[in-house]
Structure formats: structure tokens, C-alpha cells
Design a protein around this ligand. Sequence first.
Ligand code: 5GP
Length: 336
Amino acid sequence: LKFLRGLPKVELHAHLNGSLNTDSIRELAEKVYGAQTADFSTLCEQFVKFEKGAKLDECFEKFGFVHKLTATKQGLEYATELVIRDFAKDHVIYVELRTTPKANEHMSRRAYLQTVLDAIKSARDLYEIRVKLLPSINRGEPIEVAEEIVALAIEFASTEPDIIVGIDFSGNPNQGKFKDFMPALSEAKKHDLKLALHCAEVDNPLEIREMIKFGMSRCGHGTYLTESGYEHLKEENIPIECCLTSNIKSGTVANIGVHHLKQLMEADAPKVLCTDDSGVFDTTLTDEFFLATETFGLTRSQCIALTMEAVEHAFATREEKLLMKMQIYSYTRRQP
Ligand code: 5GP
């Protein structure tokens, strides 16, 4: 565990509002909104509690709690800093945060994105971690919202190409149709934004085929891919972002022993270990490596290879990747 904790890690699938752990939520509540109440502590406890046999739909309801705290500019700014701090604490040297720009009485979607971007820029000087941002499209929202988010992402990427590197397609997979979002996603692709799509998170064969045909740079979850789907992604060198604890707690994978990570390892197919929502699922990237090690008996060199693989699939520049590889190499050389 000590080796895994110190290992420089790369996080490629982290939803901003899902990545606030309960301690950080308490800190945020205290600093931005004043003293905490007993009710608030109960809410925090319920937030990370999962009944056995929980359903995916129930997980999506959990985000509402954090969304209330990040609905103001100040709350969102501080939450972004806390999430970056917590990843850095876990020796994550590179993180791609994804978040859905939200409009409310305090902020427009533009202001939301600007706030997160500014918080990322400020955090760069505070923590030893490189941070990128993927604005998310929530498939449960109207197409016009997706179009607005893509337009904002293209505009912001033209001034901040080092930070805004792609688009995430997420939200409750039981809502909305992928096909309807294809024009907006094509527009993003045309402007060189990389696409990270939540794909095959639930068993929807038609949509899975549509997504694979459409193309993506990385596949989120990939739980219900067919054999040919897995083969196609392998041929195209498209990695599957594996989020072990998330898949177990949200009930999309029956138990850890049958997680598709095993199959991907055996087939030597591209894969990355990720947390998804380290706050909601009460985990860290170190915990995910540890769980994979305990369950599938990964050796130290397999863990190093996994972190190197994540570097390879990051939406980072060649120079950034080289620097990360050197950092990992120098850590592993220092280990007994
Ligand atoms: P946010 O975009 O508000 O920063 O992060 C939380 C949001 O990310 C959720 O409301 C949901 O739209 C999306 N999200 C978080 N985890 C998952 C997941 O496991 N699957 C999918 N499809 N979407 C998720």
C-alpha cells in the first residue's frame, strides 16, 4: 500500500462534483456557508452510504447534495481547489477533471466554466499536479444545452488550449438518446476537442453500436461491451476507463471478482484505472490500485505499467507525457 500511495498516478476519469470527499464537503460548508449543523453531518453520512444492491439511478440522486454547495461562484471555486488538493495529496500528478457547466440564479454556464478554469489556474501554483478540464454534456438535459456547452468549450479552448482539452459525455445513461447529441459532439471533434464518452455503462446494444461507430478517444466504463466491441476498441487503441468501486457500489458490476478489468488485463487491451467520483464512492486512486492488486493479484510492475498506460492515454502534450514518465521512473527507481 505504501508503494501504491507514493506511486505517481494519473487520473483520467473524475467528475468534479463527485470528487469532493466528506471532509472536504465539511470544509467547504464551513468556509463558504458558515458553521455546520447536526443535520448537515447527517447529510454527509448519508452521502457516502450505499445499500447493498443499490441502483445506478439512485447514485445520480446523490449529486444533488454537492450541487447545492457548488451553486455559488465562491462555493464552486473553493470546491475545485479542494478536489485538486485531495488528488495531489494522493500523489496524483495529473488529473483531467470533468464537469457539467450549470446555469442558475448565481451563474451562467459561461461563468461556471470561467470559475472552474480560474480555480484550476490558481491551484497550479499551490499543488504539484497538472490539471486539465473536460466540460461535460449531461445527456439528461436538452440538446440546446449541449450545443451551448460545446460552443463554450471551443471558445475557451482557443484561449486556454493547455487546460480545456476535450468533452465528456455523461449523465444518467437511462436518460436521453446518444444519437441526438451526435451533431454537437461532431462539432467538438471538428475543433480538435477529444471525446471521452460514457459508453456501455448499461446494457443498450443499439446505442453501444452507435457510439463505437461514431468514435471516441476514451471509453468510460465499457461494462456491457460485447466481445466484438472490446476487440474493436483494442484495435483502435481506445482505452476503457475502469472505475472499480463506482461500478460495484452503483450495481453495474455484480462483484469485484467479475469486473471486466480482469478480461482487459488478460487480453492486454488498453485500460486505465480511475475513481469516477472519489467523494460519492468514498475512494482514492490509491485505493483503486490497491483493490485491483488485492483482487487480481497485480504485481508491482503491473501497477507501474498501469500508471504508465494512463500517461499514454492522457489528453496531454508529448512533453507533458515525457515529464510524467520520468517522474514515475524516478520514483520506482528509488524503491527498495
Ligand atoms: P459534475 O458534472 O456536476 O461536476 O459531476 C457530477 C455529474 O457527473 C453527475 O450529475 C452526472 O451527470 C455525472 N456523473 C458522475 N458520475 C457518473 C457516472 O458514473 N456515470 C455517468 N454516466 N455520469 C456520471
